[in-house]
Design a protein around this ligand. Structure first.
Ligand code: AMP
Length: 189
């Protein structure tokens, strides 16, 4: 299964990404998690991305695409992969299409989690209390919504017109949403 999961900040991409990847026996690849791990370990990449992330801005496309290209070259992606949080811009989506078509393994589904804005804000404020993520403060949360609307939401049309979009209601318990996603994905394949 070669797929990606999309949704606004707080929609549950990370949580569902891990569950769904496990269901299909493929690795969940989260660009946000890769960047956070680099920030924690204070790597060269971590130093480049930490300020951008803390402000809710995107990491430049070239940097992000290279990270994903390297990760997709790892042997554990042979049975497939689930990309979480990538692509987030049109140039990233174009780079991904090119990368995968060159490898002869095109995307099979783009899962979009649908959640109302008020629910998203409430979830993110709750997560801020629990996880203490550097980018879960009010200014950064607002900025991440703006960036999502401007840069990432247009990708929904791209994947719809490619016949890959699978939209799922993201409200409910983790298990309920995972079951809904798996049913919608199984119906698609
Ligand atoms: P996430 O964990 O997906 O919410 O990502 C956290 C942060 O990492 C984002 O707000 C961005 O600063 C950065 N990031 C993650 N994925 C990408 C991407 N595909 N393109 C650019 N920046 C990204």
């Amino acid at each position: 299964m070669r797929m990606l999961i999309m949704g606004p900040p707080g929609a549950g991409k990370g949580t569902q990404g891990v569950e769904i990847a496990q269901h299909y026996g493929v690795p969940a690849i989260s660009t946000g998690a890769i960047f956070r791990s680099n920030v924690e370990r204070q790597t060269e990449l971590g130093l480049v991305v930490s300020q951008l992330m803390a402000k809710g801005e995107l990491v430049p496309d070239e940097v992000t695409v290279q990270i994903v290209a390297e990760r997709l070259a790892e042997p554990d992606t042979a049975p497939g992969f689930l990309l979480d949080g990538f692509p987030r811009t049109v140039p990233q989506a174009e780079a991904l299409d090119q990368l995968l078509s060159q490898a002869g393994r095109p995307l099979q589904a783009a899962l979009s989690l649908l959640v109302e804005t008020e629910t998203l804000v409430a979830r993110m404020l709750k997560r801020a209390e629990i996880e203490h993520r550097a980018d879960d403060n009010e200014a950064s949360i607002r900025r991440r919504f703006e960036v999502y609307q401007a840069e990432t939401a247009p990708l929904l049309d791209r994947y719809r017109s490619q016949g890959l979009l699978v939209e799922v209601d993201g409200v409910g318990s983790v298990d309920e949403v995972t079951a809904r996603c798996a049913a919608a994905l199984d119906a698609k394949l």
